[in-house]
Design a protein around this ligand. Sequence first.
Ligand code: PLP
Length: 406
Amino acid sequence: MSFTLVEAKAADAADPLRGLRDRFHLPEGVIYLDGNSLGPLPKAVAAHQRAVVEQEWGEGLIRSWNDADWINAPQRVGARIAPLIGAKPNEVIVTDTTSVNLFKLVAAAARSGRKTVLSESGNFHTDLYIASGVADLLGLTLDIAPRAEVEQRIGADTAVLLLTHVHYKTAERFDMARITAKAKRAGVTTVWDLSHSAGAVPLHLNDAGAELAVGCGYKYLNGGPGAPAFLYIAGHLQEKLLSPLRGWMGHAEPFAFIDDYRPAAGIDRFMAGTPPILGLAALESALEAFDGVTMERLWSKSRAMFDVFVGLMEARCPAFRCITPRGEEQRGSHISFAHGNAFEICQALIAEGVIGDFRAPDVIRFGLTPLYLGFEEIWRAVDILSGIMTSESWRDPKYAVRGKVT
Ligand SMILES: Cc1ncc(COP(=O)(O)O)c(C=O)c1O
């Protein structure tokens, strides 16, 4: 593919979403292709965070639980995420971490008398670890099947099917509507992990018949490092499920201070402890970056960026093997390549200002995030990578040093 720098600049000039980039702080000299792991800082976050810290906390003190409506932040921020995932406002809350939310939903859904929790081998490890913890606690078996066999393994013994919608490593995407329907026909509830989907691909949870889901706040939603996660429960299930983590914030009357547990109405019962207000405030203002733009429009730019990126990589960096499916319905918004020296190459790229990330043992991922990335950046990223491959600068031993976070 001969996509030139001139064409890249023209594509940026013609891009109707180009202005959205101004909503973000992007460091000078950096091409940020890791928004699938940690979104960059939306400008609205810094100002709002200052107000929450200095005014609401500093001046309002404990009064702000009511006066600044801190107490309703989990529901309020959840309602802002709802349209991005095709859910109703009262079907999403922001609470805890993705891992903890997985625990709550898998355990709640597993109480059907059936004996197996089914998931995919190579699923994000926290999903499998959490599922194994639930299985141990409830005396169930964890069945981890190869991706191609997961659907066939859904059976009369399956209590819960736990799948990640867009795979963290390969970006492969499951067909949510078809699999959810198939599981339902077998009497099985599916829990979807949307960590690499929310804010990345169009999602229609209600239309797809999805019943339970969780997702990250700090990836495509740009809520900041360790942002609280979201949890989705379809309306018809909300009064039927109970959280295994029964904290006071999930109680019908948290401020009655009574000994007996009575679950709150609706999805609120899936809260446990005191909400992390600073993290919620950051995520709330980060979500403003999606104002006025639909996921369909973002996805159409993401698709165009994918085509350009994959074409340039094939033409200029042939040593990399693309492991992300080409079909737009079969993948998410990041693109991954396998290479035996992926770690060192990724470090050399970062040293030259192109930030992607490495996933063991041999994968480099690049997040194509249409809210703030342009075609020129993509062109330059591949140009720099091609230079690194030609010069073999990645062989410098300093690029083989591994930090605690890789
Ligand atoms: C699919 C998936 N689930 C969960 C997580 C992380 O969960 P937590 O936010 O609890 O660390 C990640 C993080 O990359 C992920 O990719």
